[in-house]
Design a protein around this ligand. Structure first.
Ligand SMILES: Nc1ncnc2c1ncn2[C@@H]1O[C@H](COP(=O)(O)OP(=O)(O)OP(=O)(O)O)[C@@H](O)[C@H]1O
Ligand SMILES: [Mg+2]
Length: 231
């Protein structure tokens, strides 16, 4: 069973009283261990596509199946359960809570959402897992720091750790290397590659240059049209 199936997905928006399609009939399959990158110009529809895949945005037509289940037509509760058990999401831009430490930010989703992967976990196990993720993302020394004390690259690493706390089958990240220098970007891409190798499917929106050495498949979004790039 395919982990993520995007079928003929379209999103139509209205601007200045005119309708336009931000995403046009997109198709995409992602399976365990895949590392898929989406590139494309600003405004081409990349975030719109990701937001439909995570269930944050309703498509105008088409379907998103996660682990064989269509997310269209699910109740809000079932959708949030499916999302919290299957998907780790690193949104575009800053999303950490300013009043929580790095360690608290990473642990929070585990306390908020119990799923099949962490149903029986207690506070000690969550703390242990959070520390392991700090280690995996190279941010252990920042556990007690607050988001405003972190650099851009450190903030991304913490956001990625937080997205992994509930052991998702699919990690989705929207421009996780935006505004980072080449070396920091390479470090983050290495981190994603390691995550994919451990069996978590990784789907990221990123810059063209970042994909040269990473990702087993690359797609280009061009004015709402998604196409696989020949490599
Ligand atoms: N809620 C909305 N209403 C109307 N138009 C929208 C809405 N959200 C996005 N758009 C438009 O849809 C298009 C695609 O936007 P989207 O955010 O998906 O682009 P993107 O590829 O992620 O760009 P970037 O690389 O700058 O993040 C843009 O033209 C944008 O202005
Ligand atoms: Mg975007």
């Amino acid at each position: 069973m395919m982990l993520l199936e995007v079928k003929d997905l379209t999103k139509e928006y209205k601007r200045n009283n005119l309708f336009f399609q931000a995403v046009r009939h997109a198709n995409l399959n992602v399976d365990a261990g895949d590392f898929v990158s989406i590139i494309g110009r600003s405004g081409s529809g990349k975030s719109t596509l990701l937001n439909m895949i995570t269930g944050l945005l309703n498509p105008s037509s088409g379907n998103v199946n996660i682990a064989g289940k269509s997310i269209q037509g699910l109740s809000d509760l079932d959708l949030s359960h499916l999302r919290n058990s299957q998907i780790g999401y690193v949104p575009q831009g800053m999303s950490l809570l300013a009043n929580l430490s790095v360690l608290e930010n990473i642990s929070l989703p585990a306390f908020l959402f119990k799923n099949n992967n962490n149903k029986h976990t207690n506070g000690d196990e969550i703390a242990e897992r959070s520390l392991a993720l700090l280690d995996q993302t190279g941010t252990s020394h920042l556990a007690a720091s607050y988001p405003k004390q972190l650099s851009g690259g450190e903030l991304r690493r913490v956001s990625i750790a937080r997205a992994l706390i509930n052991k998702p089958a699919l990690l989705i990240a929207d421009e996780p290397t935006g505004d980072l220098d080449a070396e920091t970007t390479a470090g983050i891409m290495d981190l994603f590659r390691g995550i994919a190798r451990k069996g978590t499917a990784v789907l990221i929106v990123t810059h063209e240059l970042d994909t040269l050495d990473y990702g087993n498949r690359v797609y280009r979004m061009d004015a709402g049209v998604l196409r696989e790039e020949a490599r």
